[in-house]
Write a protein that binds this ligand. Structure first.
Ligand code: SAM
Length: 466
């Protein structure tokens, strides 16, 4: 290790690139230093606050010269909100950095030779793309410069990075649908005016916990889900009335009750306060009914491109049997069903499978079947595989942790020649693909679909063939 990289020291560094996750990468005499909130091409004076085996972590004391890719962030909350940490980086450079990160993970970390990303699907709309947002209420707001507004004990917004107890009071967020900004304002105004108290996650007192907003990008149907710590919907009346006054066509207002300590935006019970308990979204020629707690892709425009990439990789002739492992609400299965002989979706969440089944009926799809199973164990050592016809191809879209080892080891037993692996975490995707290559598959092609502009999140689709 270089002598001069010691905890507590200051160094001048040139930022070379962004690491997966968004930190700047610099080197001092070949020792790697990860720098928070730094851009490629920037020249910075940093403070080393942590030394680990093989690398150090640092924060910027002073920017000595700006990155050539630096742009003014649109958002007023940029410096405190962790939501869009690369909003100050030119969009094309964001994409270049994401490509480099995936290449680094596959080539250097996973040791896969001849790796290339064949196709990159940029986002045409880099703002107002999110069809869903989850905000938190708090009595511990976080203001810049210690400024206290009219109501110092109320905030509705997003978490300060690494501070579970502090919430940035968000006035305007540029990556969400524009209606969401208006609803944030209405809910905040009515809650303060009527003294409806935010929940305090230290004492477990208070009522308002989360505000979840959803809107069909292609249908414009709107859902408001207010998550509270106990059941007393009459308390929400002023908020509900104000939302209905301003959005008379609103499709759905629900109240989820979460009495547990876990800081999550879904509850043990849901009360329907206005309209339906779902909204509709339309991707391609499929209509999806989505309820408050169901997973749905958050960028509808890019989701269509993601599903078209899966379709392109499967190269369907119409007589194939397809398994969609980790199918969620069946969005990919339903998008492709009419091009297949049969498609089988598997997911552990009961409501997701119910949504998928209902959505197949709504769309008149008779050849998609959905099963609620825990894939960590269901097909372990090849169990239950014989209950299904032999698939021609597998679609795999697991959570960030990747495919559980029991499920992964069973994949060769399905005897499918083709696998299309969709992932929101290239690190676990590369780990799993190394195993698949070991068992005889070849990594044929890779596409990066940018689902999340201005954030470090990466979505990749891999095609593997026997
Ligand atoms: C990235 S989402 C896939 C979403 C889906 N392909 C879509 O586009 O809507 C991952 C899914 O894995 C499911 N999941 C997580 N762990 C699971 C398990 N052990 N068994 C089955 N499904 C699981 C989650 O419920 C979630 O729906």
């Amino acid at each position: 290790m270089s002598q001069s990289v010691v905890k507590g020291s200051e160094l001048k560094l040139k930022i070379e690139s962004l690491a997966y996750g968004g930190k700047g990468v610099a080197r001092h005499q070949n020792f790697v230093i990860f720098v928070n909130n730094a851009l490629p091409g920037e020249y910075v004076l940093v403070f080393i606050y942590k030394i680990r085996s093989g690398y150090a972590e640092a924060r910027v004391i002073e920017t000595l010269s700006e990155s050539p890719y630096n742009v003014n962030p649109k958002c007023n909350h940029f410096s405190v909100c962790g939501g869009c940490s690369t909003q100050n980086l030119e969009y094309d450079e964001q994409i270049k950095q994401k490509i480099k990160q995936v290449e680094d993970i596959y080539i250097r970390q996973a040791g896969i030779d001849n790796f290339i990303i064949e196709n990159v699907v940029h986002a045409e709309n880099q703002y107002h793309y999110r069809n869903k947002m989850e905000f938190s209420f708090s009595n511990r707001p976080w203001y810049l410069d210690g400024e206290e507004k009219n109501n110092p004990k109320f905030a509705l917004g997003l978490h300060v990075p690494r501070r579970y107890d502090k919430i940035v009071d968000i006035e305007e967020c540029h990556i969400q649908d524009k209606d969401f900004n208006k609803i944030l304002d209405l809910v905040r105004t009515e809650a303060i005016k009527n003294e409806i108290k935010p929940y305090d996650n230290k004492t477990n007192n208070g009522y308002l916990r989360h505000l979840m907003l959803r809107k069909g990008y292609y249908t414009e149907e709107l859902m408001v889900n207010i998550v509270t710590s106990y059941e007393n919907p009459s308390k929400l009346k002023p908020i509900i009335n104000s939302i209905i006054n301003h959005f008379p066509n609103i499709q759905s207002i629900v109240n989820n009750i979460n009495t547990r300590k876990a800081d999550v935006a879904y509850g043990e019970k849901e009360i329907n306060l206005h309209g339906d308990s779902f909204i509709r979204e339309r991707l391609g020629d499929i209509t999806y009914e989505i309820s408050a707690n169901s997973f749905f892709q958050t960028n509808s425009e890019q989701a269509v491109k993601l599903f078209e990439t899966v379709q392109h990789y499967l190269d369907l002739k119409g007589d194939e049997i397809i398994f969609d492992l980790f199918c969620g609400t069946g969005s990919i299965s339903l998008f492709l069903a009419k091009l297949t002989k049969e498609i089988y979706g598997f997911d552990v969440i009961k409501s997701a499978i119910e949504d998928a089944t209902r959505n197949s009926v709504i769309n008149g799809i008779g050849n998609a079947k959905f099963h609620k199973v825990n894939l960590d164990t269901y097909f372990k050592k090849g169990r239950n595989i014989e209950d299904y016809p032999t698939p021609d191809a597998l679609i795999i879209d697991p959570p960030r942790s990747g495919v559980h080892k029991n499920m992964l080891k069973s994949l060769p037993k399905f005897k499918a020649n083709k696998i299309v692996y969709v992932s929101c975490n290239p690190t676990t995707q590369a780990r799993d693909i190394v195993r698949l290559i070991h068992w005889g598959w070849k990594l044929q092609s890779m596409t990066l679909v940018d689902m999340f502009p201005h954030t470090p999140h990466i979505e990749t689709v891999a095609l593997l063939k026997k």
